[in-house]
Design a protein around this ligand. Structure first.
Ligand code: PLP
Length: 381
């Protein structure tokens, strides 16, 4: 950007402050205090309580699914969702290299290997044509699923991630994954409230996950959820993440190695108050996105906006600069002036623990890695 001074001025004006401006700040202007205090007064602060039940109803509604399970964070949700989708030790799981590290870690926790395929330039999320090319070349359908005929490993899931709340091309991805019998687990951690052809992200996968970390649009402090239309699978997710305990009046009997991944009621009370405001938050973020869009058009800079047929929550807004040098200069100048900006993630195969994993040419991911910068995106009035 030729003149980041103008941008800095614009952001200071939009957020109406001379102080440090973070990338994304939580906002507690609804029933947060009321519900948290109610929870403390009730003494039900831990993993059983009315707000956990209420949250599980709310997340079902927001994602238009049949079952929601409250969990301790998004990473744990993804770990368990993958296990329930059928991911086993030694399997391969298709995902994108342009993502937050939690996506790859959750695959790794299941002792499976990520297969990193390229993203689309327009969505910044997993490219259906990259998936199709990979499967056409490497896959073979057997009675019990899809196998990589070169490695002999099962390809047991595909994890698209809706980058910054922009939905991936779901129709095309569903088509190729169903052809090859590979279940989709959506990493919708960043895209709560986003829609693809009028259907919420999180409603497309066999299972899908959300995150309610402090930097997401709505937060539980820390928290996550699994949603699914398969009620049996959803019930099993609840069971497995509640130490796999068989219901009984007083006996402790567990028939599997489960997890203690439950969301405490204290956190659920916060997220319930936050979810009540989700539509309002998204409306305000979309208004800010519009202002950014107009500003950057004047500057001839590519501010990323939603694609036709999609509705984005604009969790983290971003610009696409012309090259790495321009990106670095913009990061230096803005951060130096107390405006927080951050580059998009380093690609997963550039991290030591994933450097050995399979990847395709990654042309688009590498292009975006050098150019995409997140800019302040908090909800403002
Ligand atoms: C935030 C995030 C997660 C993980 O969520 P936590 O709740 O922080 O564990 C997973 N995947 C993506 C893409 C995320 O942005």
């Amino acid at each position: 950007m030729k003149n980041s001074g103008l941008f800095i001025e614009f952001v200071r004006d939009a957020f109406n402050t001379k102080e440090f401006i973070p990338l994304h700040e939580p906002r507690f202007t609804g029933n947060e205090k009321k519900y948290v205090l109610e929870t403390i007064d009730s003494t039900f602060v831990s993993s059983v309580g009315a707000f956990v039940d209420q949250f599980e109803e709310m997340i079902k509604t927001v994602s238009d699914t049949k079952k929601g399970v409250a969990l301790v964070n998004g990473t744990a949700a993804l770990q368990v969702a993958l296990r329930l989708a059928g991911v086993n030790k030694g399997d391969e799981v298709i995902t994108q290299a342009l993502t937050f590290v939690a996506t790859a870690n959750a695959i790794n926790y299941n002792q499976a290997s990520p297969v990193f395929l390229d993203v689309d330039l327009d969505t910044m999320g997993l490219s259906p044509s990259s998936v199709e090319a990979f499967l056409d070349e490497h896959a073979e359908l057997r009675e019990d699923g899809c196998y990589n005929k070169k490695t002999g490993n099962r390809i047991s899931a595909c994890v698209p991630m809706h980058t910054f709340g922009f939905p991936v091309h779901m129709d095309e991805l569903l088509k190729v994954c169903s052809k090859w019998n590979v279940p989709i687990v959506e990493d919708a951690a960043e895209s709560i409230g986003s829609k693809y052809k009028n259907k919420p992200t999180g409603s497309f996968g066999k299972l899908s996950v959300f995150s309610f970390n402090g930097n997401k649009i709505v937060t539980a402090g820390g928290g996550g959820a699994i949603v699914t239309n398969d009620i049996q699978l959803g019930d099993f997710a609840k069971y497995l993440t509640t130490t796999a305990k068989k219901p009984h009046k007083f006996e402790y009997f567990h028939d599997e190695v489960g997890y203690n991944y439950r969301m405490p009621n204290l956190n659920a009370s916060l997220i319930c108050a936050q979810l009540e405001q989700l539509d309002d938050f998204i409306a305000k973020k979309r208004a800010l996105a519009n202002r950014y869009d107009e500003f950057f058009k004047e500057e001839a800079i590519n501010f990323r906006t939603e694609l036709p047929d999609t509705y984005a929550n604009y969790w983290l807004m971003c610009v696409q600069l012309n090259n790495l040098e321009e990106r670095n200069q913009f990061l230096e100048e803005t951060n130096g002036k107390g405006i927080m900006t951050r580059p998009i993630w380093k690609l997963m195969y550039k991290l030591p623990m994933y450097s050995h994993c399979f990847r395709d040419d990654q042309k688009n991911a590498e292009f975006l890695e050098d150019r995409i910068v997140n800019i302040p995106s908090s909800v403002i009035n």
